[in-house]
Design a protein around this ligand. Structure first.
Ligand SMILES: [Zn+2]
Length: 374
């Protein structure tokens, strides 16, 4: 497969068969790769690998897979807004990050890597550790101390080496980059293969809706590994003539950590020492691909939405009463619908990404129970 890394900042190119993780100028890299899906050639697998023809892997024998993907779209309702919940919390490691990890770790195996480094607030750490376990690759995971215990237990259970770092996500990323000087920094926030994995969610949704896209797609946004994959998939499908419009991409963040909205409105985001919100998966003060995320939202006519912790807890409770047990970060996207009651028309189709399993965040349950009793 003839694709290269390209730097969106300085235009430098790198061969995609060498383990480079950023440009010499310091920018992240993208992949120069624009495949066209031929729907007549879709394979029969009911996993995300049914879209293998648009995934940038040279050698499908190196695929590291648990049969992930093809999650249900479930009709739900919140604050008078009817929506379809994309049940990605049902993935093998319990979050949508498995989409990115299956592709990124497959590529690491194709490159012959034996050891990698990743940093994460939790879910991508779990996903990368799970896929490394299956691939036979040693995983060094850097996580902020104080995050959900469910996630640290899960990472260790997969056999990864866990490095807990005091401080915030920036301190954690710096420690991981230092650690990566001895192996390879396979970071979901930087690695473009991860985005080519997460893009499968929008291919799936389009296929599940009869090759249509919804009018709105709400999702929690931290480092942007989902929204950028979705925008990539939409760009590919539009270029292939499969769709003729894009859904509004609605980027949901906590009001305590909203760098996207701050950037869009010309403000600096203050960096706090610890995770400021119970939505720990999106408490990322300086996303590596921030400008790229803002571009994706604006290009689709979407918006930046913020919610507070009380709204998140209420959405967790309401989703659970509909049988859907999701973690606070995922509930943030559901919570944001309250602001769209009366704005979204009844005939418009809304999809909300339900990104992570509620069992991972059991250390927040005391808040949840307190909320239920009030
Ligand atoms: Zn560059």
């Amino acid at each position: 497969m003839d694709c290269q890394f390209i730097c969106p900042s300085c235009g430098a190119r790198y061969a995609a068969d060498i383990p480079v993780w950023r440009c010499e100028c310091g920018s992240y890299l993208d992949l120069e790769y624009m495949p066209v899906l031929d729907r007549a050639r879709l394979n029969d697998q009911k996993t995300l690998w049914r879209y293998a023809q648009v995934l940038p892997l040279e050698n499908t024998r190196e695929v590291v897979s648990y049969g992930e993907g093809y999650t249900p779209l479930l009709p739900m309702e919140y604050c008078g807004v009817r929506f379809l919940g994309k049940m990605d919390f049902l993935m093998p490691s319990g979050s949508f990050k498995d989409r990115g990890a299956t592709l990124m770790i497959s590529k690491c195996r194709e490159l012959g890597l034996k050891e990698i480094v990743e940093d994460s607030s939790g879910n991508s750490a779990c996903a990368v550790a799970a896929y490394c376990a299956r691939a036979g690759i040693r995983a060094n995971i850097y996580m902020p101390a104080g995050n959900s215990a469910g996630k640290t237990v899960q990472v260790k259970a997969y056999g990864a080496t866990l490095h807990l770092i005091e401080g915030n996500r920036i301190d954690c990323a710096n420690a991981a980059i230092e650690g990566a000087t001895r192996s390879y920094y396979a970071a979901h926030a930087w690695n473009p293969y991860f985005l080519h994995g997460t893009k499968t969610v929008i291919y799936e949704i389009a296929e599940q809706l009869g090759w249509e896209v919804p009018d709105y797609f709400f999702m929690p946004v931290g480092s942007g590994s989902q929204i950028l994959g979705v925008f990539l998939g939409l760009t590919e499908m539009k270029r292939a003539g499969i769709i003729d419009r894009m859904p509004r991409l609605m980027a949901v963040q906590s009001n305590k950590c909203a760098p996207l909205k701050d950037y869009a409105e010309g403000r600096e985001t203050p960096v706090s020492a610890h995770n400021p919100s119970i939505a720990e998966g999106i408490a990322i003060h300086r996303p590596v691909r921030l400008k790229q995320i803002v571009h994706a939202v604006r290009e689709t006519g979407g918006d930046f939405v913020t919610v507070d912790d009380a709204q998140i807890l209420n959405a967790m409770k309401e989703a659970a009463l509909q049988g859907v047990f999701i973690e606070p970060t995922s509930a943030a996207a559901v919570a944001s619908l309250e602001q769209y009651n009366g704005i979204i028309n009844k005939n418009e189709k809304v999809v909300v990404s339900l990104t992570g399993n509620g069992l991972k965040a059991w250390n927040h349950f005391h808040l949840y129970n307190g909320h239920l009793s009030t």
